[in-house]
Design a protein around this ligand. Structure first.
Ligand SMILES: [Zn+2]
Length: 254
């Protein structure tokens, strides 16, 4: 008995066709493009009731897909002398954007994540933010860190269209967090660095995520950032309600 075995070129061709069919832009960017604001339940009332907090400002919960922040120096090494990031899509927070530029993130044993989106504007340190699932496929044991806190974290290789950068450190899983302006801090009775809980109501997946770090900023809109693992686990796409809940200390704690 013989089993038909397609050769590798046939398989590649089939995969390409399937990917092309599924990755056509259709109003919102697919996950494979690595654009961080993939799903904002609150901004898509057509598919689900807009989940809003009881406070004055609408609570937007966004999934931050894997992405990279770069220094200007690294932009020029990766994309050529004088290169600047090209804004492709504005993020929810004013002044921030997903760039046209992508890099490949290469981990130990040469495992690689291709087409990881670069976010702008440039920062003073380059940093790679991945989900745990990405870490597993790359072979990197990701530490959970607040963005920007990269001391002692694993490194990786970044490959751009022009060159390669070796990061000595900066590969993290960003700690789940909520951005808040002064009004929001007052409303929820929290301050920068506090922890708060997020309750997500979704079909058969209602979940309370604890330990969201509060990140305060002056001209910042109220926005939660989860990663793709977290967003998928709570079925954020189908969420009908999201709310921030103050973390009450357990009564038995002393
Ligand atoms: Zn954020």
């Amino acid at each position: 008995m013989s089993v038909a075995t397609p050769d590798i070129q046939q398989v590649q061709q089939i995969v390409r066709e399937v990917l092309q069919r599924h990755l056509q832009p259709s109003g919102r960017q697919p996950a494979a493009n690595g654009i961080p604001v993939m799903r904002s339940a609150a901004s898509e009332p057509a598919s689900a009731p807009a989940p809003v907090a009881s406070g004055r400002n609408p609570l937007v919960v966004n999934i931050s897909a894997r992405h990279v922040h770069l220094t200007q120096e690294h932009v020029e090494i990766l994309f050529g002398p004088g290169a600047q990031l090209t804004p492709e899509k504005d993020l929810y927070q004013d002044g921030y954007f997903a760039a046209k530029e992508t890099v490949a993130v290469v981990g130990p044993r040469r495992r690689m994540l291709p087409n990881v989106r670069v976010l702008g504007p440039c920062r003073s340190d380059s940093q790679v933010e991945l989900a745990f699932t990405d870490g597993i496929s790359l072979g990197i044991d990701l530490p959970v860190r607040i963005s920007g806190d990269v001391a002692g974290t694993p490194g990786c290789l970044l490959m751009g269209s022009h060159g390669v950068v070796e990061l000595k450190q900066g590969v993290i899983r960003a700690m789940r967090h909520v951005h808040m302006g002064p009004d929001d801090l007052r409303h929820y009775g929290v301050q920068d660095g506090d922890m708060i809980n997020l309750r997500v109501e979704s079909p058969f997946c209602t979940t309370v995520l604890e330990d969201l770090a509060v990140r305060a900023g002056k001209d910042i809109k109220l926005e939660v950032h989860l990663d793709t693992d977290e967003g998928n686990a709570v079925n954020l796409d189908k969420a009908s309600q999201v709310e921030l809940v103050r973390a009450e200390p357990c009564k038995c704690r002393h």
